[in-house]
Ligand binder design. Structure first.
Ligand code: SF4
Length: 241
């Protein structure tokens, strides 16, 4: 079978700004894959994109069609040169490497947004890793055990950190997250505070504001960075933004 005929589960493809981390505010093309190997839930708040994780849409699209759509967007937005692969968890798509190679031929700077539970060599420019903390575990659900077992993969995190330009973004929800982040960084022997971002958990501006104060307090103690979640602040937690 020709590569362009192979498929990837896609949830949405759109243009927006990067809302988080080092490249905050950069205009970008987003390809959001569907499906995730984790099931985050903070209290009663599920993942901010439940349509890619808890209730994933099965929407297989050929690589050719995805690339055609990217080319259409590139004609409409010729000044955009960054493309973000996000999810869900893009790494669970078995044909992801084929899509990345095709996108690279269009000369985009490609960021992979991943939960860091798996890793392999791919033709990527930047890895935005968001390891999930215990506060994300969906307690008393069918997914609790699975989520808890999978959410931290030291080997995968070290692979990314050792081989690629990376940032670590942590979703912060409770004060206990601080100690867990410190323990995780110690376990990885990782000491690059300028590449560490804390983001408030929340799916509306009110929640984000409350948890941002906690992020600030923690970051001031350790020299880490606070990252807003600008897309939620600006647009609300809606699709395609
Ligand atoms: S890892 Fe990301 S996409 Fe998957 S459930 Fe958690 S927040 Fe959602």
């Amino acid at each position: 079978m020709q590569i362009p005929r192979k498929q990837i589960n896609i949830s949405e493809l759109f243009v927006s700004i990067q809302g988080e981390g080092k490249y905050l505010g950069h205009p970008s093309i987003f390809i959001r894959t569907s499906g995730c190997n984790l099931k985050c839930r903070w209290g009663q708040t599920k993942c901010d994109t439940p349509y890619t994780s808890w209730d994933p849409e099965s929407n297989p699209v050929t690589i050719k069609r995805i690339i055609d759509n990217v080319k259409n967007l590139s004609q409409k937005y010729p000044e955009i040169n960054e493309l973000i692969l996000t999810g869900g968890e893009p790494m669970i798509q078995k044909n992801l490497h084929l899509l990345i190679d095709e996108i690279k031929m269009l000369n985009y700077f490609i960021t992979l947004e991943t939960n860091g539970t798996s890793a392999k060599h791919l033709n990527l420019d930047f890895i935005s890793i968001s390891p999930k903390l215990k506060s994300s575990t969906p307690v008393e659900s069918n997914f609790e055990k699975m989520h808890e077992e999978k959410r931290y993969n030291k080997e995968a995190l070290l692979f990314w950190l050792d081989n690629y330009d990376c940032q670590l973004k942590f979703v912060v929800n409770v004060p206990e997250d601080e100690l867990e982040i410190l323990n995780l960084l110690s376990d990885l022997n990782y000491n690059s505070p300028d590449t560490i971002y804390l983001m408030p958990q929340g799916i509306d501006s009110k929640q984000l504001k409350e948890n941002s104060k906690l992020c600030v307090d923690i970051c001031l103690s350790h020299g880490w960075n606070v990252s807003p979640r600008a897309h939620i602040d600006i647009f609300g937690n809606i699709r395609g933004k």
